[in-house]
Design a protein around this ligand. Structure first.
Ligand SMILES: [Zn+2]
Ligand SMILES: [Zn+2]
Length: 142
């Protein structure tokens, strides 16, 4: 997942809305298999990710009046889906100049773009490996 500090307003609010939407979809018992296959959803991380995004929203002075009322700590949701953080970074940085500039300004701290990208890759190769092993451990069927 992308560090919320490096996300522009539009993408931060967008991902936050998506989480509420996914939870609504799960409550309605509508299939989310398509999102999981496309690598757009990690059910077991929705709660944690919502906290991260809501904290960043508050930190930037936005009102957050939308409790999620959802727990990922349900054995049913263990290791469901996997989002490739490196791909998410690449998407944001290719598509959104604001995210790219913000990421470099907030997290780059004087580093060159190449150094920063290497740092991101180093961090996320560990995260990707962990997520991969989690996915392999997943036994249940969607
Ligand atoms: Zn919320
Ligand atoms: Zn953006």
């Amino acid at each position: 997942m992308v560090d919320p500090r490096g996300m522009c307003r539009k993408h931060l609010l967008g991902e936050h809305n998506e989480i509420h939407m996914f939870v609504g979809t799960l409550r309605a018992k509508t299939s989310v298999g398509g999102y999981i296959k496309k690598g757009l959803l990690e059910i077991h991380r929705l709660e944690e990710r919502h906290i991260e995004l809501a904290q960043e929203l508050k930190h930037r002075g936005y009102q957050h009046e939308s409790p999620l009322n959802f727990t990922s700590r349900n054995p049913k949701f263990e290791f469901r889906g996997y989002v490739d953080a490196r791909r998410s970074y690449a998407d944001l940085h290719t598509r959104c100049a604001t995210c790219k500039a913000r990421f470099k300004r907030i997290l780059g701290k004087g580093k060159s773009w190449i150094q920063l990208r290497k740092q991101v890759n180093d961090i996320f190769s560990v995260a990707v490996w962990k997520a991969y092993t989690n996915t392999v451990m997943e036994k249940s069927v969607l």
